[in-house]
Design a protein around this ligand. Structure first.
Ligand code: MD6
Ligand code: FE
Length: 211
């Protein structure tokens, strides 16, 4: 939980956009993260998960850490093993854990202990529909989300789906931390625009305490 605000000194690149919702622009060098993502994907391949209704997501996903988020035609859940291989999800790299905890602490959330890291890959045209992250047991823990590669337009609303969405441009190295009263905000990602020069892939790491 956040300490009283008198003890909390936000850094210059850490902006609180709404209570509990922080944007850390250009917070991390992403080249080493991409190398780790390649190692993770070699063990647990990116896949387009099915959602209820039978369609497949345009975003490709995999996971690392003790718990992995999965979707199927019967709903969402966290599992210890990859349903494609029945093997445990790849371990969360120490550098991922350090980044997640460092970002959370920068936003005033000490003692963040993520046990799940969802890895998203967006190729041009991929989008993520507006949703809430509510499959986690302890909604008192924040979420840390890292943008890697191509720029994208993030949409963030309120606690009801009917509330208006605001847009936030996210760039390589940006980190969002959100918790407290913002933990259940609706949000999504607009379709990734095609870009020249092979710069049209975006990855995203989303760290959570699932259990
Ligand atoms: C993305 N992010 O940025 C998708 N969820 O590709 C999310 O769905 C998300 O960025 C919860 C908290 C932060 C996020
Ligand atoms: Fe989300």
């Amino acid at each position: 939980m956040r300490p009283p605000s008198s003890l909390f000194e936000p850094q210059a690149n850490c902006i609180e956009l709404a209570e509990g919702f922080f944007w850390l622009s250009a917070f991390v060098d992403t080249a080493p993260l991409l190398a780790q993502i390649d190692l993770i994907a070699a063990q647990a391949a990116f896949r387009h998960m099915q959602v209820s209704g039978g369609k497949h997501m345009s975003v490709a996903m995999t996971n690392c850490g003790p718990w992995g988020w999965t979707s199927s035609s019967s709903g969402y859940r966290y599992t210890h093993t990859d349903p494609l291989t029945d093997r445990p999800w790849p371990a969360m790299p120490d550098s991922f854990m350090a980044l997640a905890q460092n970002a959370a602490a920068t936003a005033g959330f000490e003692n963040f202990e993520p046990d799940a890291c969802l890895v998203n890959r967006y190729d041009s045209g991929a989008a993520l529909g507006v949703h809430q992250d509510r499959d986690e047991q302890d909604l008192g823990q924040p979420i840390v989300s890292v943008s890697i590669g191509a720029a994208a337009t993030f949409q963030v609303g309120g606690l009801k789906r009917s509330e208006p969405l605001r847009t936030l441009p996210l760039h390589d190295g940006d980190v969002l931390v959100w918790g407290g009263p913002s933990r259940l905000r609706f949000h999504g990602l607009k379709a990734l625009k095609p870009m020249a020069g092979g710069l049209d892939t975006r990855h995203n790491l989303t760290f959570r305490k699932a259990k």
